[in-house]
Design a protein around this ligand. Structure first.
Ligand code: DGI
Ligand code: FE
Ligand code: FE
Length: 196
């Protein structure tokens, strides 16, 4: 499937401001992929499609979670968590995307998950540090992202969980597992640095 067609269809799913976010995620992810030795073309496709279902009505997302046999526990958590898993199913059907790594990068772009691939981390992180984002701590994460992908993801996951706790919102268990797994990955790489 041709990228131009995917871009046109994606633009048609969302308001202009969300499309502009999508393009900034694309630019951030492509640059990060080049730096990290990941395939920029696959990062581009995942970034363009990651928020495909962000503006779909909640009822439709709920229906799709059932139709596609997605994890039912999603329904007990914030509806913000629904658009990624649904988008992975929709773009597989609509554009014939069969690359599981691209599909997983879309599927887990909000929740994260333990054992994320390099492409999944790139999309997850690009979504939170694209230049339009202004939340507390984002500049520190942007700096880390320039030289240490894993530490940047860990810090950004800590910030996301802190954001949820500050609002007394539920935290989806996969988000906690993802953060703990990133901590293990970072510590396994530099055990001594971590213990001082
Ligand atoms: O779709 P975007 O706005 O570009 O970003 P996203 O898909 O990462 O959605 C993030 C929102 O989801 C963010 O405002 C926090 C919210 N959220 C609610 N519950 C959870 C959650 N995010 C995570 N990671 N885990 C949760 O349990
Ligand atoms: Fe999203
Ligand atoms: Fe996004």
């Amino acid at each position: 499937m041709n990228l131009e067609i995917m871009m046109d269809k994606t633009r048609g799913q969302m308001p202009v401001s969300r499309w502009e976010h999508t393009l900034r995620v694309r630019d951030t992810a492509v640059a990060m992929a080049r730096r990290e030795g990941e395939d920029p073309a696959r990062a581009e496709i995942a970034a363009i499609l990651h928020d495909y279902c962000k503006f779909w009505p909640e009822d439709e997302l709920r229906r799709r979670i059932r139709v596609h046999n997605l994890p039912e526990d999603l329904l007990d958590y914030n509806p913000e968590l629904w658009h990624g898993p649904v988008a992975a199913e929709v773009v597989r059907e609509e554009f014939g995307i069969a690359d599981v790594d691209i599909l997983n990068a879309i599927r887990y772009h909000t929740s994260g998950r333990p054992g994320m691939s390099r492409l999944e981390k790139i999309i997850w992180l690009s979504d939170v540090i694209e230049p339009g984002r202004r939340h507390p701590g984002v500049d520190e994460v942007r700096k880390l992202a320039e030289h240490d992908l894993d530490r940047a993801v860990l810090k950004a996951m800590d910030n996301t969980i802190r954001f949820l706790l500050d609002r007394s919102w539920k935290v989806y268990p996969l988000t906690l597992l993802a953060r703990n797994a990133m901590l293990d990955e970072v510590q396994a790489k530099a055990p001594r640095e971590e213990s001082v």
